[in-house]
Write a protein that binds this ligand. Sequence first.
Ligand code: C2O
Ligand code: CU
Length: 569
Amino acid sequence: MASRVSVVYLFSVMFFMLTLLSFDTEAKVHFHKWKVNYQTWAPDCVEVNIISINGQYPGPTIRATEGDTIVVEIENLMPTENVVIHWHGIRQIGTPWNDGTASISQCAIYSGETYVYKFVVDRPGTYFYHGHYGLQRSAGFYGSLIVDAAGKEPFTYDGELSIILNDWWHDSTYEQAVGLSSNPFVWVGEPQSLLIDGRGQYNCSTTSHSCNATNKQCSPYVLPVRSGNTYRLRIASVASLSAINFVIQGHKMNVVEADGHYVEPVEIDDLDVYSGESYSVLITANREPSQNYWAGVNVRGRQPKTPTGLAILNYLPNPSTKLPIAPYPTSPLWNDYAYSKALAMKFVALKGHEELPPLQSHRQLILLNAQNKINGYIKWAINNISLLPPLTPYLAAMKYKIKGAYDITPPPDIYSPRDYNITIPPPNPNTVEGSGVYVFTLNSVVDVILQNANTLTANNSEIHPWHLHGHDFWILGYGDGVFDPAKDPLNYNTVNPPLRNTVAVFPYGWTAIRFKADNPGVWAFHCHLEAHFFMGMGVVFAEGVEKVGKLPNVAMGCGLTKNMIDMHH
Ligand code: C2O
Ligand code: CU
């Protein structure tokens, strides 16, 4: 009973807030019916099996206005696989069971089963959705979710365009998963292609796979523009591995939004997009209009072995088939990290739109990102624990106090030894698997410092884009080397830090974030590189679980939740 009262209260508060936000326009409900299935597709002209939605790849775009409700009925038609869908960037306030994370918010949707996701999109911005089970995101299981502002925005434009960036392999995600969990480790290598909105062009003469260069599925994506007009281009990345640099030949970009928050406009020639991030950039079609231009993507942060991915900026009325005469777009050197860091630091909250962070935090975590081993198997570990998602979803396990579902010992707040040398491979690379949870006091303020280190390979440290579910966080700062808890916080940006849901930690450096643990539920915080999360690179946060409403039965039925169904009517 008590929980029901609080849910009713929560919903009335939410409703009241949404009424305020919606400027008298009626909040709408958008209903989508999706069938998820395997499908043959040729994203880069090479035929592979992907996971499609209603026969489409990428999946259908969801479009709504802030305050609206989205209802998506998912029917899993794949005969041999379970699914979930995560709504990346949507905080799921009041609906933590619809966050779409297998093992955390719900049981995966079994083959043949139907599940209905229902949630409110409370904030305008550029978002997306993707599978969050195994390596399903890498199998093409993703699409766009765009939320329009109900009121005026702090910039204007004549038209809108939208793309999702991705990297692509010809080996199936099943082969990749087996390789990642084998001893000896089998690495799939660098991607064969980079895709712009699901399209790339592999050189068919260099493969024995079935490949058809004239397949319409792999013709370059077309961005149509009219001379003199300004466009809002929404860009997101669901890449499995690569940091992707986006360039439009001869055109400047003005960054105005990042992860659903307005930023001080930053004019740039090229944009680094890390997996899990989204941006809006304004571009003006101000070049010689008798030509078309290349938009291109290149790998950064890893020695590139993948050709430039291409799309066409099509100045109408030129035909889109008119190929640009310019050379393919180039990006800054892959390992110019100073360039990447300088760019990342340029994004700050837009003046007049800042939401300022609390000046003090109640708790500080320092999370060491290390590559490690368990019985010879390569893993990623955070404070020497490699996350092993349990069979029973945390949300149900915590809400219904199911015993034995996960490790009740919380993982350490700070890594040890404190003099760990981040510049060399781990001297004692043994780690352990774990499923403990960081539990925060509801409404407390939490700082997390992500501390990067050397991998198992000498002189190697990688970029990790970390994504937080259920919250946005302020980026307080980035630094090189080992974070100093006494000195470094003195330089935090508390004046105009950007709110984001994804942030990069650069090689041998640290990144500090702050957030309010104000969203009752259980939330993943993890590296958004698909292989890294699969190998344990993540942690689990929880707050206020006792305030969460009754979980839908269909979110349960796996692990130890089986006995819980219908017990709580
Ligand atoms: Cu887009 Cu947990 O990820
Ligand atoms: Cu990573």
